[in-house]
Ligand binder design. Sequence first.
Ligand code: FES
Length: 567
Amino acid sequence: MSNVTSYGDKGFSEFIRMAFQRHLGYDEQDFSKPIIGIANTYSEINRCHSHIKPMVEAIKKGVIMNGGIPLEFPTISVGEMFTSPTTMLYRNLVAIDTEEMISAQPIDGVVLIGGCDKMAPGQLMGAASANKPAILFTGGPMNNGEYKGRTLGACSDCRYFWQEYKAGTIEEQELNEINAQLAPTAGHCMVMGSASTIAACSEALGMMLPGAAAVPATMNERLRLAKETGSQAVTLVQKNLTPSKIMTQNAFENAITTLMAIGGSTNAVIHLIAIARRLNIHLTLDDFERIAEITPIIGNLRPAGEYQMQELYYAGGIPALLSELSTLLHGDELTVTNHSLKENLKSAFVRKEYRHVIRSMNDPIYSRGGIRVLKGNLVPSGAIIKPKSILNPALSNHTGKAVVFKSLEDMEERVQDPNLVVDENSVLVLQNAGPKGAPGMPEAGMIPIPNKLLKQGVRDMVRISDCRMSGTASGTVVLHAAPEAAVGGNIGLVKDDDLIHIDIEKGLLELLVDDNELKERKERWVELPVAKEHLRGFKKLYRDHVLQASEGCDFDFLLPETKGLED
Ligand code: FES
């Protein structure tokens, strides 16, 4: 018996636990079998997890069929549109909850049920630190939406149609009709947003069964995979195959290659860095840039491309995509199947009818990876952008005058002010919306284009911030500027009318202000007053300990330097 409650008498602890473990009809023999915890994130509020009950049942069947005992337990569950101010504020809380419950409870291994954006990353961070055998399963993507013959995708089309409504090109009634079709079934967002991206990367990382990322939430196939996941959790325990044996430096490189090849979410950069650091693997933005340079986008998936997860599933899913990328992958990495990635991909191929969805390496939709790292005096520790998602190519090499918003509140208050001095060449800058500044780094980086410009036909502008953007969004949007304004980063020193130069090709982002002037501004810089509600509880803990975006936004005290990693 492991992990007994501490009463100062181990024998008594085991005796009393057995008495209480007889619930649900179990007896002594049952508890000599591998005990598989199922971290159940079911929630009626987090709608991306509201459909997972049958999957939990299927996982249990798989555990039992392979000789284990499944015991589900609840953990925190956060959903994107239902968490204020942003789910990112709570990703580390998901990680803490997951780690502590895996570590504290008498389980030998665990199945994690992710889905909505921050769940799988937080769960993998926690599982990495707990380092008991673990396997990830996600709730799966929604089916495509449809409106008057056009495929709809959450939430790229949520943003697109809202902007068109603001521009006056569609009426309120039509907007409401579209709203009813944007998220038509159970599941997570079905474009290559953060949830789909993390699921895809988790397969490449080796933490999820092959094929499990793309199967729509509504298909029988997902229940079969859930059952197989439960069964495999037992095998992981029998082989003592822990997360640290699977999530290696090379495995993370496989995940980054996948991220680049699907034109995936910028949020994955933060999450992969954070998961890796839990295992003492130090990924840097340079690693992402190095891999982006040699990896074309071959997944023709929104928002970088044209299709959605349903079509990716028909094309053969992530195994098919990885088979195309095989020359760029570390194929010998061990996965949760107890086989190498290369072995998992033996029978994977792209279905020829869906060659338009997964393209060949010789016929990509974009010649380099989907994320570009920018450097320069405005962002000494880096920033990122999705070059394929730029809507106005002229903005790829652009110099414009800054229009500065000091905070999220300032932006909300003034961005639609008819007297705001702004034109299509302006560079919109949002300060103090980063990990510490907001706090929680919300997805406000796609700063709204002022309505007066929308009505003139403007649909893209250069926007720069120290916050994040939804993986489903598009535009010339520079994100994760580091260091952030709230810790004295140079983005906080920008003033209205400063000239800013961006050159995507060269990876440059520069504030065209004299060095001496910048030095003086830095000396005069003072932190914005902190809101009263951020001075207590979890928000205070967050502000005091969160790391910068380029470091993964984990808490400093959760890094492995503060805990030995043992098998
Ligand atoms: Fe949950 Fe998009 S809202 S994945």
